[in-house]
Design a protein. Structure first.
Length: 350
């Protein structure tokens, strides 16, 4: 189950990497929408109501790294090394999948891989994570207010868009471009542009459904580039409620099932002894923020896969991409940000 739980990360993990801690559309086919200001579109997005739907999505990544094969496993790595590797796999590999959302606390995300799929099913307090390649399932009973989203569940346009919207502030300029069409639906093209040059991100474009306010696509473009380095969007969308049976899950015959005890009621999120993956420390603000993960028990930089992808720099080893830089410091800490290497080195020295 090492592979399954390497993906059970804090809810901020991947958006933190993609958003820097802070092909699906065709403009010509978009229906004309009422004119709205950037603030109007932001409000439409933020105030959208929960509604059942289902849809298929695709993610494409061109971060300047070789694509990692799905299911990369580090059997001898501790949680930190596995977490970094899982995040790399998620960001460098192209993915396809399906999202189903029912009533409150009903959701299912399926991520399709070459030889199988991964499922995350939430039905009330019941949470299942299933890996068809390993025929292994994990089950937990977790109240909604104590739940941490599995990594797979975060890789949807809705979740990633929300992470960027949460980061909107004085460091971000908002604008609206010409309407677009995504998954057959007319959408506003809301653009978030950093007001600083001290970031690798040139802009983030969020296609917002003109009727429902739902995020339909997120595109992140690196500085000096024209095509998105990261794009995640729906290719089809159905606003009808999915069948309730789709949120029921029974492990297939022969599956290895791991039961996870529910968290103690008095378990605090800041209790490092009780939380398997403590929240990272964030230094700086806005697009210049850097997330710092404490050193684990394993020398992450010595892991063969990461050693191949990193280069030696002052203070550690660098995993450099077009959108995100990761510094594995000599003391074992991992620093992540959509910032130049020099910013990570300065944060490590603070």
């Amino acid at each position: 189950m090492a592979r399954t739980w390497s993906r059970w990360l804090p809810a901020a993990a991947v958006p933190l990497v993609v958003a820097g801690s802070v092909a699906f559309a065709a403009q010509a086919g978009a229906d004309e929408l009422p004119e709205r200001t950037p603030e109007d579109v932001l409000t439409l997005l933020a105030d959208r109501d929960h509604q059942p739907y289902s849809g298929e999505f695709e993610q494409t990544s061109d971060l300047g790294l070789p694509q990692l094969p799905g299911g990369v496993d580090l059997p001898d790595a501790d949680g930190d090394a596995a977490a970094v590797t899982a995040a790399l796999e998620a960001l460098t590999s192209d993915h396809g999948g399906r999202v189903l959302v029912g009533e409150q606390d009903q959701a299912r995300v399926q991520v399709f891989e070459s030889f199988g799929e991964r499922d995350v099913i939430v039905n009330g307090d019941e949470v299942w994570v299933y890996d068809s390649d390993e025929n292994a399932a994990t089950h937990a009973t977790v109240p909604a207010d104590a739940r941490t989203a599995p990594l797979d569940q975060q890789l949807t346009p809705d979740e990633v868009a929300d992470r960027f919207i949460e980061a909107v502030g004085p460091s971000t300029e908002l604008s609206v471009r010409e309407d677009v069409e995504v998954a057959g639906r007319a959408a506003y093209d809301l653009v978030l542009t950093p007001r600083t040059d001290a970031t690798l991100v040139a802009e983030v474009a969020i296609a917002v459904d003109g009727e429902t306010g739902q995020p339909l696509r997120v595109s992140v473009t690196a500085r000096g580039e024209h095509a998105p380095a990261f794009q995640l969007g729906y290719t089809s969308l159905d606003l009808a409620a999915p069948d309730a049976d789709l949120f029921e899950f029974t492990p297939p015959a022969g599956a290895e099932v791991e039961e996870i005890a529910p968290p103690a009621q008095d378990q605090g999120r800041d209790d490092a002894e009780q939380v398997e993956h403590p929240e990272p420390t964030v230094v700086g603000t806005g697009w210049e923020s850097v997330a710092i993960l404490d050193a684990g028990t394993t020398d992450i930089g010595a892991e063969p896969l990461l050693a191949q992808l990193t280069t030696a720099v002052d203070g550690g080893r660098l995993l450099g991409t077009d959108l995100v830089n990761v510094l594995i410091a000599d003391d074992g800490r991992v620093l992540v940000g959509a910032v130049p290497l020099e910013r990570l080195q300065a944060a490590a020295a603070e």
